[in-house]
Design a protein around this ligand. Structure first.
Ligand code: MLT
Length: 421
């Protein structure tokens, strides 16, 4: 058993250990024993999702995919290797990974008609809206091979989404800056192909940059899954209705786009730029946060689950130093972010509330150094999160026992009223 404290009390609750030896909190029993539903933390939790994909211990700051610590995966694996692990449950053999990679390269091209779809959208469209709309549109091209109950269709759709999402993302970027779309170069690996689609142009040959490739691959790994967050539970909920993978992922992208979820990496950079431009200094900004001044929020800090340092944030911070040094970039926003972190971590206000930098705090600085515009940051989060979303969708949908989802409601309105006569 472990002790969970929440506003108004603390309770002992059971830990469930699976046959593979993975342990997780037994939330159903907890809810029955204590009446705690998650509402006390300000979010609603149906307390019934069982999953063997990702384990988080927010008190200790632990994150594991299929039992493997995130630190080891980020240091030793590639994005596609971890995608395989999340989706199929095991680290792939060299042959399995090679075959997976080949299949993905084979499916990168988008239907030519989709170009007209992109050109019908305004160039001011947020790339997350473009991404979600285009993924939704994919199901119109593959209606005959996207049956959610046909395992072959699910395999094909899984590969198609992994292959096409980066291409759609790059097109959304190119469209927003008024540049021509490039065709994928399937001689390149996943990350280099994506970087070329974004930063290559028609006039000059593209040269790969190992610092950028390694850093982006690592960032994508760090974003691959995070159990039942808003977007993943959206993907599961939509998928539980029998909607296909394209529809479910498109809904997940929309959920991720909000500033309280994936959109926070964009909001962090905007906040840092505002602090820099105002010239007020970090200390004054922190004071205004503590006074809860209207519209002043410390973005990228705190997490519903982590009451300790988010292990991903630690790795992202390391990457920020490596990438900026590797590219020879000196960004005052990174210095501001570090100063902000230091002041906050030493301040009782933040210590008492157990507020630490989260995964969004340093990512924007890296993406900016790579050359991505701010509005692309959450799109990069979505590419990283895709394998996790699909792993959850498949875990749920390939289980014949799955039922349609229905979040639990606590009715708090009037019991019964009589219509005025
Ligand atoms: C995520 O990675 O999805 C974010 O940290 C949000 C969350 O897990 O609630």
């Amino acid at each position: 058993a472990a002790t969970l404290s929440f506003p108004g009390g603390a309770a002992e609750f059971p830990i469930r250990t699976s046959v593979e030896g993975n342990s997780s909190i037994d939330f159903s029993t907890l809810t029955r024993q204590t009446g705690f539903t998650g509402l006390d933390y300000g979010f609603v939790n149906t307390a019934s999702t069982q999953s063997a994909i990702t384990y988080i211990d927010g008190e200790q700051g632990i994150l594991r995919y299929r039992g493997y610590p995130i630190e080891e995966l980020a240091g030793k694996s590639t994005f596609l290797e971890v995608a395989w692990l999340l989706i199929y449950g095991e680290l792939p053999t060299a042959d399995q990974l090679g075959e997976f990679d080949e299949k993905i390269r084979h499916h990168t091209l988008l239907h030519e008609d989709l170009k007209r779809f992109f050109s019908s959208l305004p160039h001011t469209a947020h790339p997350m809206s473009v991404l979600s709309s285009a993924v939704s549109a994919l199901s119109t091209y593959y209606e005959d091979s996207s049956d959610p109950h046909d395992p072959d269709h699910v395999e094909l759709t899984t590969v198609r989404l992994l292959a096409k999402l980066p291409v759609i993302a790059a097109y959304a970027h190119k469209k927003s800056i008024g540049q021509a779309f490039l065709y994928p170069d399937n001689s390149m690996n996943f990350v280099d192909n994506f970087l070329k689609l974004n930063f290559g142009n028609m006039a000059e040959p593209y040269t790969t940059d190992p610092v950028l490739s390694k850093a982006l691959d690592r960032l994508l790994i760090l974003h691959e899954d995070h159990e039942q967050n808003a977007s993943t539970s959206t993907v599961r909920l939509v998928g539980s209705t029998g909607a296909n993978l394209y529809a479910s992922i498109s809904a997940g992208i929309q959920a991720l786009s909000g500033p309280l979820h994936g959109g926070a990496n964009e909001a962090v950079l905007q906040m840092l730029a505002r602090i820099r431009d105002s010239g007020e200094g970090v200390g004054k900004f922190v004071d205004r946060v503590k006074r809860k001044e209207d519209g002043v929020k410390l973005m990228g800090f705190g997490h519903r689950v982590y009451k300790n340092y988010d292990p991903r944030a630690r790795l992202v911070k390391e990457s920020a130093d490596e990438v900026l040094a590797g590219l020879g970039v000196n960004d005052p926003l990174l210095d501001l972010a570090k100063e902000l972190e230091q002041i906050a971590l030493e301040d009782d206000y933040f210590k008492e509330r157990r507020l630490y930098p989260n995964v969004d705090f340093y990512t924007g600085v890296i993406y900016k150094a790579m050359g991505f515009p701010t509005r692309m940051f959450t799109v990069l989060f979505a590419i990283g999160r895709l394998p996790g979303w699909m792993a959850h969708w498949r875990e749920m949908n390939l289980d014949p026992q799955t039922k349609i989802g229905r979040p639990q409601q606590l009715y708090i309105g009037e019991a019964e009223r009589h219509y005025p006569s």
